[in-house]
Each structure stands twice: as structure tokens, then as C-alpha cells.
Design a binder for this molecule. Structure first.
Ligand SMILES: Nc1nc2c(ncn2[C@@H]2O[C@H](COP(=O)(O)OP(=O)(O)OP(=O)(O)O)[C@@H](O)[C@H]2O)c(=O)[nH]1
Ligand SMILES: [Mg+2]
Length: 318
């Protein structure tokens, strides 16, 4: 990795300079750039302007449900509504590796004016075994939360495994499209518990849309569930074509952005657990549980600490 002037990059990134942001994100996406990450984090702390970190919202759902179209409509609505808002979108895109194309291309329908500095877009290839998000998604959020007021993470998924985006997001919204009669049954099969709120998109298909919304609301009432953020679940009905429901949802996101994000302690613990599972499997996870996890350390320090602990358990004579 070439050497950068990190204070300069951080300063430019605070002004949403896209090249500087991209360089910093790559420092966070590169597993071995440990020292540079530490330097960036220290610089962020040194130049902290007292702003709350970004609220992180997970937008997840089946392929083609309209997540990218929603990101597009919502970002435009939010920027119109609030001149101070700034938004980073991380799209975890399962097909970007295959197509090799830019996520800003035609396929995704996410189109922003290139000169809009309040908006930053990053696409990441997925790793399917981790259910949508990757360690890089955590790392990118860990950085970008210092520069924006709202982060939207778009991931594909619907099952329990795929809702891992909840591990780093303050709130997770599940995007559905109007369902047919028997498909509605599957709503009962456990997915209602995980997301904080639901979006039924494509409600320009009026009848099917209304039916899905009603069934979903009825199901939530019966199950009496609350989301990961422990608040009552809402059901938003939207259409990116007619624009219906976009203002409501944008308003909801604006409230979240104004509240801001919390600290990143829980997300970093989740990241550590993922890393341990990936590197050392079940044995590693058991050891981690036994040893505990010191939340006051940085993720990298915890990684190193864990590797040392693991190594010492393999010492001969023990
Ligand atoms: N009728 C209707 N079609 C929509 C709506 N929103 C999106 N679409 C269409 O649905 C298709 C998929 O939209 P995307 O926004 O790419 O969906 P996505 O969920 O991001 O898809 P992946 O990223 O591939 O999982 C496109 O053809 C859109 O034009 C809507 O509100 N109504
Ligand atoms: Mg998409």
C-alpha cells in the first residue's frame, strides 16, 4: 500500500472529498493495513469535532425487491428535506464480481449526481458464506460513520443468516415485494422476529401490495414481536415509481440520522466473533467464550490478543 498523508486525507474526507474517502476506505478494507488503520483512528480522535457518529441502517431483502431503487429515491428525498444531511451507502453486491461492472450502472438504478458531495457510494463484493456482509462491511462502516450522518448498508437476504447486517446496524429494515397468497404464509416462518421494520415496496401493484401490508401487520400483531432495537415494528408501504410512501420512510430515516449512532462496541465484538469463527472455527469460538472479550481494546488489538491466547494454549506441556 502506498504511503499517504493521513491527516490530509482525514481532513479532506471530512469535507466529503470522494478520492480521499475511497483511499481511506481501502485502508480499512485491507486486512494487513493495521498500522495505517490505527493511525487513521487516532487522527479521527485527535480532530474530533464532537459530531455524533452516523446512524447505521441496514436495508436488506430478496434480490430485485427494489432496495437500490429505494436507496436512490430516499437519498434524493432526504437531501431535499435536510440540507445538512450526508449519506454513505454501502452496497454489498453479490453480482458485482460476476459483472465486473460498476454498481452505479444501469442495472442497479442507483443514480446520483456525481458532484453531490453529501452522498458517498461504495460497493463491495459479497462473501456468501457470511450471509451478505463481510468483515470489510464492518470496517467500511467503522470508518465512514465518522464522516456522514447516515449510513445505509444494502444487502441481499431474507433468512436468519442473511440478517447479520443487524450486527452492525442500529436498525434493520427488511424490503419485501407484494407477495402471492401462499408466499404470505412464509412470513409466519420466523422472519418477522429479526428485522426492526418492514418495507413493502412496489405498492404500485395496489391490490397485492395492500394485501401484503395487511397480512404482515396482522401477523405482527398476533406474534406481538419487537425488533432488534426493541421498538414496535412498523410496516412502510412504498413505490419508487409512484413515489408513494417515500416521504414517510425518508422522515423515519431522518429521525434516525438526527439521533445519530451509538458507539461501535457491540459491532466490534461481533466483528471479532466473526473473525475468530472464520479463522479458527468452533474451537476458536469456544476459547473466545471462555476468555471473554475486552471491549476497551481496538478490534486489531483484540485480534492480536486472541491469536496470542490461542497460541499459548498450544504450548507443549500444558
Ligand atoms: N413496479 C415497481 N417496480 C420497481 C419498484 N422499485 C423498483 N422496481 C423495479 O424492480 C427491479 C429491481 O430493482 P432494484 O432497485 O435493482 O432492486 P434490488 O433489490 O436493489 O435488486 P438487487 O440489488 O439485484 O438485489 C427493477 O426493474 C426496478 O425498476 C417499484 O416501486 N415498483
Ligand atoms: Mg440492488
Amino acid at each position: 500500500m502506498p504511503t499517504f498523508n493521513i491527516p490530509e486525507l482525514v481532513q479532506a474526507a471530512r469535507k466529503h472529498d470522494k478520492r480521499s474517502l475511497a483511499r481511506l476506505v481501502s485502508v480499512f478494507e485491507q486486512a494487513d493495513a493495521v498500522a495505517q488503520r490505527a493511525e487513521v483512528l487516532a487522527e479521527l480522535q485527535r480532530t474530533d469535532n464532537g459530531n455524533r457518529p452516523a446512524a447505521v441502517i441496514g436495508l436488506t431483502g430478496t434480490p430485485g425487491a427494489g432496495k437500490s431503487s429505494l436507496v436512490n429515491s430516499l437519498s434524493l428525498a432526504l437531501m431535499k428535506r435536510d440540507s445538512r444531511i450526508s449519506i454513505a451507502v454501502i452496497a454489498v453486491d453479490p453480482t458485482s464480481q460476476v459483472s465486473g461492472g460498476s454498481i452505479l450502472g444501469d442495472r442497479t438504478r442507483t443514480r446520483f449526481p456525481a458532484t453531490e458531495s453529501r452522498l458517498y457510494f461504495r460497493s463491495q463484493p459479497t462473501s456468501l458464506e457470511l450471509g451478505g456482509i463481510t468483515q470489510n462491511t464492518f470496517q467500511a462502516v467503522r470508518l465512514l460513520r465518522h464522516f456522514f450522518s447516515l449510513i445505509i448498508v444494502e444487502t441481499v437476504g431474507i433468512g436468519q443468516n442473511e440478517l447479520t447486517v443487524g450486527e452492525l446496524a442500529e436498525q434493520t429494515l427488511l424490503v419485501l415485494q407484494p407477495l402471492g397468497g401462499d408466499q404470505i404464509q412464509f412470513l409466519k416462518s420466523g422472519i418477522m422476529e429479526l428485522p426492526d421494520h418492514f418495507i413493502v415496496n412496489k405498492c404500485d401493484e395496489v391490490k397485492a401490495g395492500r394485501e401484503t401490508v395487511n397480512k404482515l401487520k396482522a401477523g405482527l400483531k398476533t406474534a406481538n414481536v419487537v425488533g432488534m432495537s426493541r421498538v414496535e415494528k412498523r410496516v412502510f408501504a412504498t413505490s419508487t415509481i409512484s413515489g408513494d410512501g417515500i416521504t414517510d420512510l425518508a422522515e423515519f430515516l431522518l429521525l434516525a440520522a438526527n439521533r445519530g449512532g451509538g458507539d461501535f462496541v457491540r459491532a466490534e465484538s461481533n466483528l471479532l466473533r466473526r473473525w475468530v469463527a472464520e479463522e479458527y472455527g468452533r474451537h476458536g469460538l469456544r476459547l473466545l467464550q471462555k476468555l471473554g472479550d475486552d471491549a476497551s481494546l481496538s478490534f486489531e488489538a483484540r485480534q492480536q490478543w486472541f491469536s496470542e491466547q490461542l497460541f499459548s494454549t498450544f504450548q507443549p506441556g500444558q
